[in-house]
Design a protein around this ligand. Structure first.
Ligand code: MTE
Ligand code: MO
Length: 254
C-alpha cells in the first residue's frame, strides 16, 4: 500500500490544460452558433394559430399532456364567503362596448344550424342557483378570491335537453357583438363548478363584469371566462378563440 504522502503531487500539465481550455472555447462557440441558428430558424417558421409553428407545437404538446392527466371532475378549492374580495378587479373589455339591455338581451343557444333557442335572464334565474367562491386566476399573473353565483352549465344543458350536444367535443361562446369569443372543451364545460353566472357578491353582475350573464369556469384561466354571453354553440371542431389566435394556449387550464 502506498503512503499517501509519498504519492507525487498531481499537476495538470500545462499542455493538457491548454488543450482542454481551447476545446471548451470551441465547444462553447459551437453552442452559441447552434443557439443562434435555432433562434433564427424558429423566427423563420410560418405562423400557426397565432404562434410561430415550433412554439405552437409545444403548446399543443402541453395541451395533450394536460388533457390526459387532468381529471375533469376534480373540484377546485372553494372558500368561505368572508374571503371574497369586495372590490373585484376588472380585466378586459373586448366585446362589452355596445350597450346592453336586460329586456331585449337573449342567450342564443344554437342547437343545430337554423335551430336557435332564445333564453331570457329570468328563464336562467329560474334554474337551480349555485354560489361559488374560488381563486380566480388570470394568465397575466394575478389572482383574487371572488364570489359568483349562477346555474351550473351542465344543469342548464340538461334542463334545455342538450344531451346530444353535450356529446360534441367543444362549446363555443361569443359576445353579442362577436368581438370576444372562446372555445371550451366539453369536459371542462360540463365540470360541476362551471357556471352560467349572473351574480357577483350577491348582486347582479356589473356591466364591466359581464352583465347579464358570463361564464365562470374555475378550471381555466380568466381568458376563458367570457363576459356578456350572446351566443352558445356546439361543435366537434375547435371553435375560434380570441386569445388562442393571439398565441396563448387554447386549453388554458391550470
Ligand atoms: N367579453 C370579454 N370577456 C372577458 C375578457 C374580455 O376582454 N372581454 N377578458 C377575459 C380576461 S383576460 C379575464 S382575466 C377575465 C376578467 O374578469 P373580470 O374583469 O370580471 O375580473 O375576463 C375574461 N373575459
Ligand atoms: Mo386575463
Amino acid at each position: 500500500m502506498n503512503d499517501r504522502s509519498s504519492l507525487p503531487v498531481k499537476t495538470v500539465a500545462n499542455r493538457t490544460f491548454g488543450r482542454n481550455s481551447i476545446l471548451s472555447f470551441v465547444l462553447f462557440g459551437l453552442f452559441l452558433v447552434g443557439a443562434w441558428a435555432t433562434f433564427k430558424w424558429i423566427k423563420r417558421q410560418p405562423q400557426d394559430a397565432g404562434a410561430l409553428r415550433p412554439l405552437r407545437k409545444t403548446l399543443d404538446f402541453n395541451e395533450t399532456v394536460f388533457s390526459t392527466v387532468f381529471d375533469s371532475n376534480k373540484l377546485v378549492k372553494e372558500y368561505p364567503v368572508s374571503h371574497a374580495a369586495k372590490r373585484v378587479r376588472v380585466n378586459g373589455m373586448d366585446g362589452l362596448r355596445d350597450s346592453v339591455n336586460e329586456e331585449t338581451w337573449r342567450l342564443r343557444v344554437i342547437r343545430a344550424p337554423g335551430d336557435t333557442l332564445q333564453i331570457t335572464l329570468d328563464d336562467i334565474k329560474k334554474l337551480p342557483k349555485k354560489d361559488l367562491i374560488f381563486d380566480f386566476k388570470c394568465i397575466e399573473g394575478w389572482d383574487q378570491v371572488t364570489h359568483w353565483a349562477g346555474v351550473p352549465l351542465r344543469t342548464f344543458m340538461q334542463h334545455y335537453g342538450l344531451s346530444g350536444q353535450s356529446k360534441m367535443k367543444y362549446v363555443g361562446l361569443q359576445t353579442p357583438d362577436k368581438k370576444y369569443y372562446v372555445g371550451i372543451d366539453m369536459p371542462s364545460a360540463l365540470h360541476p363548478q362551471t357556471l352560467l353566472c349572473y351574480e357577483m357578491n350577491g348582486q347582479p353582475l356589473p356591466i364591466n363584469q359581464g352583465f347579464p350573464v358570463r361564464l365562470i369556469i374555475p378550471v381555466k384561466y380568466g381568458i376563458k371566462h367570457l363576459k356578456r354571453i350572446g351566443t352558445m354553440f356546439f361543435s366537434n371542431d375547435k371553435p375560434a378563440d380570441f386569445w388562442a389566435e393571439r398565441g396563448y394556449d387554447y386549453y388554458a387550464g391550470h
